[in-house]
Ligand binder design. Structure first.
Ligand code: NDP
Length: 525
C-alpha cells in the first residue's frame, strides 16, 4: 500500500523520541481524562468476539473481565476460545504468513506507525480502559500507554534499520548480502500488568518483522488487547496477521504452544508458566520442522540497596516508589529494601512515614496513588504472604485489606531474614521486605542471593562502590540513585537474568533479532 510506504518514509526522517507523559496538573488534561472515563463507563458490559483470519466469531461460552475496584462491574464479556479455535487461528496465521512475509519492510513499518498515531490520538480513551480494567492510577495508566506508543515507534524504525544493507566483510569475486527474514507464526502471550505496553510491544515486534501471530491476552485484561486489535483493523492491517484468541491460558495454552505450525512463542509472565512453556516448546511434534524459539520474560525479586553514603531521603522515596507503584504489581518492583546497619533505622523510619502517606482507593480520581490488586486470586495470594510475613518479620506499616474491591494497604515488614519466603518469592503485590545488611559487601551479596535477576537499584554516593556494583550486581537492569521501576523504551532496554527470563532486552536494538532469522546470500561474480 503506497500510503503505508510514504508513512514510513516520512517517519524514518525523524529520530525516535519517547512519548512525553501527560501532565495531569493541567486542567485541560484532567478534563480530557475525566471525559474519557465517562465515555468508557457508558461502554462497559458489552460482548466481544474472537478475531480469526479477520472474521469476528462470537462464542456462546464467555467469561467476564471485571473492574477490580468494583468487581460487580463488568468491563466486557469475552469469548472462551476452544482448542478447535486454536487450530483455526494457527491456520489463519499460517495462510496470512504466505503473503505478509512478502510485504516490504517499509510497508509493514507503515502500518505500525499508523497504529502509533491512532493510539496517540486515542490516548485518554485507552488510559480510561486501563484504569477500569486493571485498576491503574491515571499516571500509571498513562505511562503504560506512552510505553506502548514508544514500542510501536521504536520497533517500526528498528525494522527500517534491519531492512537496510547490512555490513559484511567484502571479498573479491563474490557479491554477498545478509537479510533478516521472519520466522513464521508466533504465539504472543502477554501478562495483565502492562496490558498495553507489553502486549503491544511483543505483538508489534512480531508483525513488523514479517511474522503473523495468534495473540492470547491475559484473562484479566482482554479489553486492552481488544482495543489494540480494533486499532490494527482501523489502520487496515491485512486479515490474519494478528488473530485474537481470548480464553484461559490453562485451557488453550498447551494446544497453542505445542502446535507444530507455531514457530515461536513470545511470552511475558510468571516464572512457573514461563518454565512450562519452555519445556513444552522444546518437544517436537509430528509435522514440526523447526526448533521452536522461545522469548520468555518472567518474574523478579528486585532489590533497592542503600549504603551509608547515600542521600537517605532520596533513597526512602525511591524505595517506596519502587515497592508500591501500581500496587507493587511490576516485574521491576523493588520488593526488597536492603539497608546497611549504619543507616538502617533512619531509612526505615522515613520509609514507614512515606508509606503511610500513600493514598489507596478510587483510581478514577486523579489524586489516588494506589488502586486495587488485579483480582480475587491475587488478593488471596498476597494476603497469605502477609500472614507468612508476620512470622518472618516485624509488621511496621499496612497489613490490612478492604473491599468490596481488592484493596490492600501498602505493607512493610522490617528485620526480614534474607532467606525468608517474603524475601525470596515473588509476591507481586504491595508488600516490601526490609533487610538489614552488615555493610555494603553483605548488602550486595544479599541482593544477588535470589534465583531472579531482573532489576536492581543502589543508592550510594561512593564512586568505587558504584563501579563494584556495575561488575557484581547481577541484574539485567541496574540503576544508581533512582528507583528500580520505570524503564524507558530505547533508553533502558529491558530484560532480566537467571529465572527472570531470556533477557530479551525489549525496547533495545537487539530485540527484533529475536523475531527474525538471518539469511546470508552469496553470488559468484
Ligand atoms: P501469568 O504467568 O499467570 O500469565 C501470563 C500469561 O500467560 C497470561 O496471558 C496467561 O493467560 C498465560 N498463561 C497462563 N497459563 C498458561 C499456560 N499453561 N499456557 C500458556 N499460557 C498461559 O502471569 P501474570 O499475567 O500474572 O503476570 C505477572 C507475572 O509477569 C509476574 O511474575 C511478573 O514478574 C511477570 N512480568 C515479567 C516482566 C518482564 O519483563 N520480565 C514484565 C511484566 C510482568 P491467563 O490470564 O488466561 O491465565
Amino acid at each position: 500500500m503506497a500510503k503505508m510506504i510514504e508513512n514510513a518514509a516520512a517517519r524514518a526522517q525523524t529520530p525516535f523520541k519517547n512519548a512525553p507523559l501527560i501532565d495531569f496538573t493541567k486542567p485541560e488534561n484532567r478534563q480530557a481524562q475525566a471525559a474519557a472515563l465517562e465515555q468508557v463507563k457508558g461502554e462497559l458490559g458489552r460482548t466481544y468476539p474472537l478475531v480469526i483470519g479477520g472474521k469476528k466469531i462470537m462464542n456462546e461460552a464467555t467469561f467476564a473481565s471485571v473492574n477490580p475496584s468494583q468487581p460487580e462491574q463488568v468491563i466486557g464479556y469475552f469469548a472462551r476460545a476452544t482448542v478447535e479455535q486454536v487450530e483455526e487461528a494457527v491456520q489463519a496465521a499460517t495462510s496470512a504468513f504466505e503473503s505478509w512475509k512478502r510485504v516490504p519492510a517499509r510497508e509493514r513499518a507503515g502500518y505500525v506507525f499508523a497504529a502509533a498515531d491512532l493510539l496517540s490520538q486515542q490516548r485518554f480513551y485507552y488510559n480510561a480502559w486501563m484504569i477500569y480494567e486493571v485498576g491503574k492510577s491515571w499516571i500509571e495508566a498513562d505511562a503504560d500507554t506512552a510505553e506502548a506508543i514508544d514500542f510501536l515507534e521504536f520497533y517500526a524504525r528498528e525494522m527500517l534499520r534491519l531492512a537496510e544493507e547490512q555490513p559484511l566483510v567484502r571479498i573479491e569475486g563474490e557479491n554477498n548480502e545478509l537479510v533478516y527474514i521472519p520466522l513464521g507464526v508466533g504465539a504472543v502471550i502477554p501478562p495483565w500488568n502492562f496490558p498495553g505496553a507489553i502486549m503491544i510491544g511483543m505483538t508489534s515486534a512480531a508483525i513488523v518483522t514479517g511474522n503473523t501471530v495468534v495473540l492470547k491476552p491475559a484473562s484479566t485484561s482482554p479489553m486492552i488487547a481488544w482495543q489494540f486489535v480494533r486499532i490494527l483493523e482501523e489502520v487496515g492491517l491485512p486479515a490474519g496477521v494478528v488473530n485474537f484468541l481470548t480464553g484461559s491460558g490453562s485451557t488453550i495454552g498447551d494446544a497453542l504452544i505445542e502446535h507444530p505450525q507455531v514457530r515461536f512463542i513470545a511470552f511475558t509472565g510468571s516464572r512457573d508458566v514461563g518454565l512450562r512453556i519452555n519445556q513444552l516448546a522444546a518437544k517436537p511434534h509430528k509435522g514440526q520442522r523447526w526448533i521452536k524459539r522461545t522469548i520468555l520474560e518472567m518474574g523478579g525479586k528486585d532489590a533497592v540497596v542503600v549504603d551509608e553514603t547515600a542521600d537517605l531521603d532520596a533513597a526512602a522515596t525511591g524505595i517506596v516508589a519502587s515497592a508500591f507503584g501500581f500496587q507493587g504489581q511490576k516485574c521491576s518492583a523493588g520488593s526488597r529494601a536492603i539497608i546497611v546497619d549504619a543507616v538502617y533505622d533512619q531509612v526505615m523510619q522515613k520509609v514507614v512515614e512515606k508509606t503511610k502517606q500513600l493514598t489507596v482507593g478510587d483510581v478514577t480520581q486523579p489524586e489516588t496513588y494506589m488502586g486495587p490488586v488485579v483480582d480475587e486470586n491475587a488478593m488471596k495470594k498476597i494476603s497469605e504472604y502477609i500472614e507468612v510475613g508476620k512470622g518472618e518479620g516485624q509488621l511496621v506499616a499496612g497489613g490490612g485489606h478492604h473491599g468490596p474491591g481488592y484493596f490492600i494497604e501498602p505493607t512493610v515488614f522490617a528485620d526480614v531474614d534474607p532467606h525468608a519466603r517474603i524475601a525470596q518469592e515473588e509476591i507481586f503485590g504491595p508488600v516490601l521486605a526490609v533487610i538489614k545488611a552488615k555493610d555494603f559487601d553483605d548488602a550486595l551479596h544479599i541482593a544477588n542471593d535470589t534465583e531472579y535477576g531482573l532489576t536492581g537499584s543502589l543508592y550510594s554516593l561512593d564512586p568505587q562502590r558504584i563501579e563494584r556494583a556495575k561488575q557484581e550486581y547481577h541484574v539485567g537492569n541496574l540503576y544508581f540513585n533512582r528507583k528500580s521501576t520505570g524503564a524507558l523504551v530505547g533508553v533502558h532496554p529491558f530484560g532480566g537474568f537467571n529465572m527472570s527470563g531470556t533477557d530479551s532486552k525489549a525496547g533495545g536494538r537487539d530485540y527484533l533479532l529475536l523475531f527474525t532469522q538471518a539469511k546470508a546470500i552469496s553470488a559468484k561474480k
